[in-house]
Write a protein that binds this ligand. Structure first.
Ligand code: PXL
Length: 435
């Protein structure tokens, strides 16, 4: 998954482009960047800002869009009208969701947008956004409504939607009794509200973290209200973990997002880069899975909805990572995890007796089963062969094998399955086997 952030540079790396790249990474996505301005700031004060020329912003956007498939775009700081106009002309009509994070002031009070750019911001960028993510002050500025109640917040969201944003999330309403903070999402015509406890200290990077996390989760195909909720919880966690890196404000510290997805996604990318790996992709192609701990069903195991496909002498990743995305490899891991709960990841490779000999010589623990010996009863049951086979292969074992293979059956391709505790562990064993 590739995401693009069009935003300003923050040398303290809590917010701006640098913060976005860290958030994208935490969700296992690849971050590309177009820099609109350079700021000089730290956790105590704001020193200076200069925009990058509009023509250079334009050519940066072109350079990314002509080469990469982009799954979602986040727009953060845009300093002046010329930049706003080129971003609009480059992105207008594009079929990629745009997450617009209005940025007017830095945490330490510096101006991040020229006053005379605001009208153009409303005219050119808000209407091309799939969702806009203002906090209370920004929502008041854009809507012209003073927000003192949930009703005002909802009216402000409607007004901002009228300006042209398809959906609106206003963050940080603090008018409820007690210490609750409320966020309001206007999704098309429907309102959703979310609330959490107010955090006690100010931090640097929370706003950018939220919109970048939202961008990642919209790209991953999450339902909008779910994407908002995941991004909120991730941001709250990052704010709670905020660290005193400099001598002023604390800086958000990102936790790992969906660790399952991020580990698996990294491992799959590395797997595809292994020299000659295409030779190990079977006819039925490859899946690579990672399970939550103690899985109960295939829905607890993440895998590719498509496959890792052999394309000439390379591998291509087809489809997205989803819980329930794999049937065969996931069934094998599910069966393994019943007896050996530490085993949570697996990949299937093309069978070759030489590969098995090599794995044995390298000290890996091997088991196997005979598909021909499967009783007619389980054969009839759709999808049960793998579970039956794995069970058979581990029945008499006291420790988990690294590899289980079978040599096929009439019309059924022989196969090797590599198991491990994590995707990295599976990757390590795969490298041992094929080198
Ligand atoms: O958090 C908003 C933001 C965005 N972009 C840049 C910033 C800040 C806040 O300070 O500096 C470059």
């Amino acid at each position: 998954m590739n995401l693009l952030s069009i935003a300003g540079s923050d040398p303290s790396s809590g917010a701006g482009i640098q913060g976005d790249m860290k958030t994208f990474d935490a969700f296992g996505t690849y971050g590309l960047s177009v820099i609109t301005a350079i700021t000089s700031q730290n956790t105590r004060r704001f020193l200076d800002v200069k925009p990058v020329s509009a023509s250079l912003v334009k050519s940066q956007i072109k350079s990314i869009l002509e080469d990469f498939r982009i799954d979602a775009i986040k727009i953060g700081m845009v300093y002046d009208s010329q930049t706003i106009k080129v971003i609009h002309s480059e992105l207008e009509g594009i079929k990629i969701p745009i997450i617009l994070d209005p940025i007017f002031k830095s945490t330490t009070g510096g101006d991040l947008q020229l006053k005379d750019a605001f009208a153009n911001y409303k005219k050119f960028l808000i209407p091309i956004s799939y969702i806009i993510t203002p906090n209370m002050q920004e929502a008041e500025k854009i809507s012209g409504i003073k927000i003192k109640s949930l009703k005002d917040m909802k009216n402000a969201a409607k007004k901002i939607q009228k300006i042209g944003a398809k959906n609106v999330i206003i963050k940080g309403g603090h008018f409820l009794s007690g210490s609750k903070v409320v966020d309001t999402l206007l999704e098309d015509k429907k309102f959703h509200t979310f609330s959490h406890d107010r955090l006690k200290f100010e931090n640097h990077g929370g706003g950018c973290t939220f919109s970048a996390a939202l961008c990642a989760n919209i790209a991953r195909g999450k339902k909008l209200s779910d994407a908002v909720d995941i991004a909120r919880l991730f941001t709250i966690e990052s704010m709670k973990n905020a660290a005193k890196i400099g001598s002023g404000l604390v800086i958000v510290a990102h936790s790992k997002g969906d660790e399952i997805e991020s580990h698996l996604s990294h491992a799959i990318s590395k797997f595809c880069l292994i020299d000659n790996i295409y030779k190990y992709i079977p006819e039925c192609q490859t899946n690579f899975v990672y399970s939550t701990s103690n899985p109960l069903s295939l829905d607890d195991i993440m895998g590719l909805e498509g496959r890792i496909v052999r394309t000439g002498k390379r591998c291509t990743i087809a489809g997205d990572l989803k819980y329930g995305g794999s049937k065969h490899v996931a069934s094998a891991v599910l069966e393994m995890a019943k007896k050996f709960p530490s085993i949570r990841s697996g990949v299937n490779l093309r069978y070759d007796s030489m590969t098995i000999k090599h794995a044995i010589s390298k000290g890996l623990k091997i088991s196997s089963y005979d598909r021909n010996a499967e009783p007619a009863k389980t054969k009839e049951k759709e999808g049960s062969t793998v579970s039956w086979g794995i069970k058979k292969a581990i029945d008499s074992l006291n420790t988990p094998p690294d590899i289980i293979f079978h040599t096929g059956d009439f019309g059924k391709e022989a196969m090797i399955l590599v198991f491990g505790k994590t995707p990295e562990d599976v990757l390590r064993k795969t490298l041992i086997i094929i080198r």
